[in-house]
Design a protein around this ligand. Structure first.
Ligand code: R2B
Ligand code: URA
Length: 311
């Protein structure tokens, strides 16, 4: 992977493809990754995490544990049927983290603030472990805009509620905006893992709106509060549709901004669990939802297998 424009080829750059990171990281001895329950003085990062090439994240601990076992099977790493994975971040009591050979699987909770904390600590982990070219992928659920429920959407770019492709944070009370583009070629590679003849669902590439709330932030009519009309909702969602927005979720802005700042290739792969043009409540039975939730996992596991064995 090429260095990002403006990245200095300094001492660190020789060891790592990450760039733009805090220059003070090397002075932190130890560096405590508080929410992951890990510290550089008690864990040998290069030894434990140095072989990581894929970092996958999704909302819930349970889904990511299942994904870890699924990846283990798909990349042929299963040593025996009783192989048990340990939650590496149990001590932090915030996120779950599992390692399956070159694949890390983490839960990120809900929303940009939560995934942002996880990403800061995972990116620092990559730096301390001297990982080369790690690929970060978020797998999740979303509300579709004009797509059949069960469709998988791979994000081309994340946008905010004003359709602005930037993640805004306040630093010292001042607004700072970070671009939220994602890696186009990675999105294409993941899309190519979908088999339109065999897979019983569609996979599309499109823009993803990232909201900071599930209810008012996504123009739902079923929240505890609602100060707009169904017509206003309809107008907004149709505007999104006309702007090629395919889905709404809650983490893609922070995910895209933080990975691209670090020069990490990133992708967001979400299944639509409803079509927001037809309603707000999730009425689909749990068995169907859990089948749909496996679709992003399936595509990403195929992508990982392909990258590991055919490159
Ligand atoms: C998708 O689903 C969650 C809300 O239900 C949120 O984390 C997201 O992005
Ligand atoms: N996740 C969201 O953020 N919105 C939805 O509508 C569904 C899942």
């Amino acid at each position: 992977r090429q260095m990002k424009e403006g990245c200095k080829k300094d001492e660190e750059a020789k060891e790592s493809t990450l760039c733009g990171l805090n220059p003070c990281l090397k002075c932190l001895q130890p560096d405590i990754l508080y929410h992951l329950g890990l510290s550089t003085d008690t864990t040998d990062f290069p030894k434990v995490f140095g072989d990581v090439r894929f970092v996958c994240m999704g909302g819930t601990p349970g889904r990511m544990e299942n994904f870890a076992y699924y990846v283990m099977q798909e990349i042929g790493l299963k040593i025996n049927a009783a192989t048990k994975l340990r939650n590496i971040s149990e001590a932090g009591q915030r996120f779950s983290l599992f390692k399956v050979g070159p694949v890390l699987c983490a839960s990120h909770g809900m929303g940009c603030p939560s995934i942002s904390i996880l990403l800061h600590e995972l990116i620092k982990m990559m730096y301390h472990a001297k990982c080369k070219d790690p690929v970060f992928i978020r797998i999740g659920t979303s509300g579709g805009i004009g797509v059949e429920p069960g469709t998988v959407i791979i994000t081309s770019e994340a946008i905010d509620g004003r359709l602005n492709p930037a993640h805004e944070i306040l630093v010292h009370g001042v607004s700072v905006q970070h671009a939220s583009q994602l890696d186009e070629s990675l999105a294409d590679e993941i899309k190519m893992c979908h088999d339109p003849c065999k897979d019983t669902y569609e996979a599309v590439i499109g823009r993803t709106l990232c909201a900071h709330d599930f209810y008012e932030g996504q123009s739902r009519l079923d929240g505890a509060f609602c100060e707009y009309t169904p017509e206003m909702k309809k107008t907004y969602l149709e505007q999104l549709q006309s702007q090629e927005v395919k889905n709404i979720e809650m983490e893609s802005l922070a995910f895209a901004a933080l990975t691209s700042r670090a020069n990490i290739r990133g992708a967001v792969v979400c299944v639509a669990i409803l079509n927001r043009l037809n309603g707000d409540q999730i009425k689909t039975p749990h068995e169907v939802l859990s089948k749909w939730e496996k679709r992003p996992q399936e595509l990403v596991a195929r992508y990982i297998r392909k990258s590991l064995y055919y490159n």
